[in-house]
Design a binder for this molecule. Structure first.
Ligand SMILES: [Cu+2]
Length: 102
């Protein structure tokens, strides 16, 4: 019983911890920075919005889609398959960038 009581909050903590980011993309001044990121299959990319405006991270081919990220919100996606992933901000479609997974 004691173990159960201790283990549950621990599991909740682990589940709430952000995924380890192998690469970080900052969203600032209506740009993704860096615009081109190259990672390995299995790596996780985390985007963080530093603008006062909401932005999203939406894959052109539907592989991933964030909710609207407010200032200082972040979104992570783990890329399991090699390929070229172009993405945009669905609110400001002129914002474009690419993740290349080797
Ligand atoms: Cu945007």
């Amino acid at each position: 019983m004691k173990f159960r009581i201790l283990a549950l909050p621990l599991l909740a903590l682990l589940a709430a911890a952000p995924a380890f980011a192998d690469a970080t993309v900052t969203i600032k001044n209506f740009d993704y920075s860096p615009m081109d990121v190259t990672i390995k299959a299995g790596d996780t990319v985390t985007w963080k919005n530093l603008d006062g405006e909401p932005h999203t991270v939406v894959s052109v081919d539907g592989a991933f889609r964030s909710k609207a990220l407010d200032e200082n919100d972040s979104y992570s996606f783990k890329f399991d398959k090699p390929g070229t992933y172009k993405y945009i901000c669905s609110i400001h479609p002129q914002m474009k960038a690419t993740i290349t997974v080797q």
